[in-house]
Design a protein around this ligand. Structure first.
Ligand SMILES: NC(=O)c1ccc[n+]([C@@H]2O[C@H](COP(=O)([O-])OP(=O)(O)OC[C@H]3O[C@@H](n4cnc5c(N)ncnc54)[C@H](O)[C@@H]3O)[C@@H](O)[C@H]2O)c1
Length: 327
């Protein structure tokens, strides 16, 4: 089988980790183009990957099998749409696009052209999270009572000027960063039936969207969910917290490991080995596999849209100061 050809679109911060994922797959993948109007970034990433730096994706989409979109959020939609229309498979960084209509259009276009549309919810590719999903699905610890997640960070506008603008970021910290663990909560517990949100901008006055968000939700089963995300804190947890309480045990992500507590006993359900493959590289490998096998990605467009719907319902709740029901 010939190598899968990729164009990396957007060569800023996160593209470095994507590039490391492609380097690991150099027997199967050729990153042919690194696309960025900011020449220095395109050059730097192209040198890392042995690719050709270009300022725009115009004229190159016909030469690659797939694209990997790592641009600011407000540019995801157009790049994904152009790539799908050119019959490329698409991996797009989260969130898929800033508006629901745009996401729906991308999902429909991918289906119509039989293309992969995958959204980079990297935490789903952590083995500890996959293990958590497995034990919840098996019912090993009994009924789910509640699930809580938190994302704790300090982000300022210096390096991400586009994040200050709500129309570019698509919202605030919940949309941009909290979307990862909210997506996990929906994966674990299903679609909530109602949701409510509060937010503020304390120590995040630089951004138009909320800098701190708190969301509560009630799932179809009656289980409860609590999520908090913040870019306004004095510390950063590189790995978010995920805690799940079931009738017969408490499950917690500790670093890259998953532990279960039952009474006074603690059991490690997943222990990350030394030199474990990073989740980002696993995610890139999954994308390449889906291009080659035509399988549906774990985090396809429809799946990503389902968890974005929860965020948009949360924003509606913040505006109306009411619970919002999800149909
Ligand atoms: N999964 C994660 O943990 C994680 C972490 C950080 C960022 N992200 C996501 O990655 C994406 C990019 O974020 P970032 O932090 O790398 O931002 P960034 O600002 O560092 O990089 C964005 C890059 O896109 C380039 N760009 C702008 N317009 C372009 C265009 N028309 N065509 C091609 N390139 C263009 C910019 O010049 C810049 O180099 C966002 O979706 C963000 O949410 C994910």
């Amino acid at each position: 089988m010939s190598k899968t050809r990729i164009a990396l679109i957007g060569c800023g911060g996160i593209s470095r980790s994507h590039a490391a994922g492609y380097q690991r797959l150099s027997d199967r993948v050729e990153v042919a183009y690194c696309v960025d109007p900011f020449e220095k970034n395109a050059q730097e990433r192209a040198e890392q990957l042995g690719a050709k730096p270009v300022a725009s994706y115009e004229g190159i989409l016909g030469e690659v099998d797939g694209v990997d979109i790592c641009t600011p959020h407000h540019l995801h939609y157009q790049a994904a749409k152009d790539a799908l229309a050119a019959d490329c498979d698409v991996l797009v960084e989260k969130p898929m696009a800033n508006r629901r209509e745009e996401c729906v259009e991308l999902v429909e276009l991918a289906a119509a052209r039989d293309r992969r549309l995958m959204v980079a919810y990297v935490l789903r590719y952590m083995p500890a999270m996959a293990k958590l999903k497995e034990v919840l699905e098996a019912g090993t610890y009994g009924d789910l009572i509640q699930v809580a997640s938190s994302v704790e960070a300090r982000v300022t506008g210096e390096h991400l000027p586009w994040a200050a603008k709500k129309d570019q970021l698509g919202g605030g910290v919940l949309f941009s960063h909290g979307c990862h663990t909210l997506d996990l909560m929906v994966w674990f517990a299903g679609r909530p039936r109602r949701v409510a949100m509060l937010g503020n901008n304390v120590n995040a006055e630089w951004m138009e969207g909320e800098g701190t968000a708190q969301v509560i939700m009630e799932f179809g089963s009656g289980a409860l969910g609590h999520h908090t995300s913040s870019w306004a804190l004095a510390h950063k947890n590189a790995i978010p917290s995920m805690r799940v309480w079931c009738r017969d045990g408490f499950l917690e992500l500790r670093g890259n490991n998953l532990v279960a507590l039952r009474g006074t006993e603690t059991e490690t359900l997943y222990e990350s080995p030394q030199g474990d493959v990073p989740a980002m590289s696993r995610q890139i490998e999954h994308y390449i596999e889906t291009i080659r096998t035509r399988a549906c990605p774990l985090t396809d467009g429809a799946t990503a849209l389902a968890s974005l719907d929860v965020i948009w319902a949360a924003y509606e709740s913040r505006e109306t100061s009411q619970f919002v029901e999800l149909t």
